[in-house]
Design a protein around this ligand. Sequence first.
Ligand code: ADP
Ligand code: MG
Ligand code: ZN
Length: 486
Amino acid sequence: MKTYETVIGLEVHVELATKTKIFCGCSTAFGGAPNTHTCPVCTGMPGSLPVLNKQVVEYALKAGVAANCKIHRYCKFDRKNYFYPDNPQNYQISQLYLPICYEGSVEIETSAGKRKVRIHEMHMEEDAGKLIHDEWEDCSLVDYNRSGVPLIEIVSEPDMRSAEEVIAYLEKLRFMMQYLGISDCKLQEGSMRADVNLSVREAGTKELGTRTEMKNLNSFKAIARAIEGERERQIELLEEGKPVIQETRRWDDNKEYSYAMRSKEDAKDYRYFPDPDIPPVHISDEWIRRIREEQPQLREEKMDWYQKKLGLSSYDAGILTESRHLAELFEEVSALYGDPKKTANWFMGEVLRLVKDKGMEPEEVRFTPSHMAELLRMVDKKEVSPQNARKVFEEIFQKDINPVLYIEENGLKIIEDVKILTDTLQKVLEENPGPLEELLSGKEKVFGFFVGQMMRELKGKASPEAVRKALAEEIAKRKSETVPMD
Ligand code: ADP
Ligand code: MG
Ligand code: ZN
């Protein structure tokens, strides 16, 4: 068999996190009773007129600037005509001739190193409504709440060669949008949707093969499986001497096979023409300059900074920046406390563990940074034991309590009283004569057992170091007392 190369280009739809829709004042909130976030504009009533939401242009510019795009200073909207029940105007307002952003690129990181994926364009458009097929009642219902929600469609050049690269590219876009604060990009909720265009060609050849477009991919796993499945299907056709037909296919992730949906339509099928209801938008240099100046630190820059300036490992830097919100919280605690590495350890250990245990999103974590910094300082000053500090932190995490007051009120302050320590030690040794004998005869493993017993007895309110020291001294003393005489 010949060797084949896979060629992939992506069309990614990203729902923008504006409060209101692109051409009317209706809410973009997800959910809501069907058809409650609607008005004459977004239900396509005759005579209604769209008014462009400036925030959509602002967000599209942010995305374009971050992806190194050129900007069309004079940008227009076009009508893409097609009939479908979820599209009440019978056309979608989109951009064909002068998309707001064009000719950009992003860098992706794969196991084989860095690669560049060129962006052909990013354009603004409105989302369609949602059809709900009710099999029980044998009818279809339509909900226009999503109709008119703003989207940017990001069209890549056919620069990707594997599922790994596709996923790296999608991750890249997702982090970019999240850090810019313009979309949450959730594949599962549909705020990020990817159509995969795929063709194969004999390795070494230059010409592109005929492509198919796959829709209905709502997880990274499904995307990876769809790419593998479609690649195999196309290679099989070519090996049998049959042509690949340019068409839109629907990936069925359960059956792991794609099905032809419709033959691929061309731009001419849509009879695009400039939308006469929306005046062109002029984008000033001043506007673009402001966007550039206001651009927040993106994930790669943060990761770089964490490693070079804060001394964290690349692994920790990667995990801590997976959510911009958590990264910023980490930075605030670290700045207040002064030790980035120790702060990072607590975030990697305690914060992320609690996020997982409570089934939360990292974005939902809320506590006062100084509360955590204060607790870490108390651990350093040995005012609270590490074990109890973890319990106190859980209270901070859940109720944002003040650790100083909480430790005071709950009697968790470390016992520094030497008498209590030695009394407890005597008691524990007395209660466990067997293990004591083992320890005295040199079985070092039993040491940990006694430390545990002590900590339990003292309810964790002792520093483990102090306990270990007291125990070691006591054992040494007893050993010297029992040294056999010659
Ligand atoms: P259309 O206008 O029909 O949607 P485009 O030329 O805009 O087609 O391309 C859509 C997407 O398909 C782009 O992401 C592009 O990179 C990708 N693409 C185009 N040709 C190929 C091909 N032969 N193989 C793989 N991907 C392709
Ligand atoms: Mg297209
Ligand atoms: Zn509306």
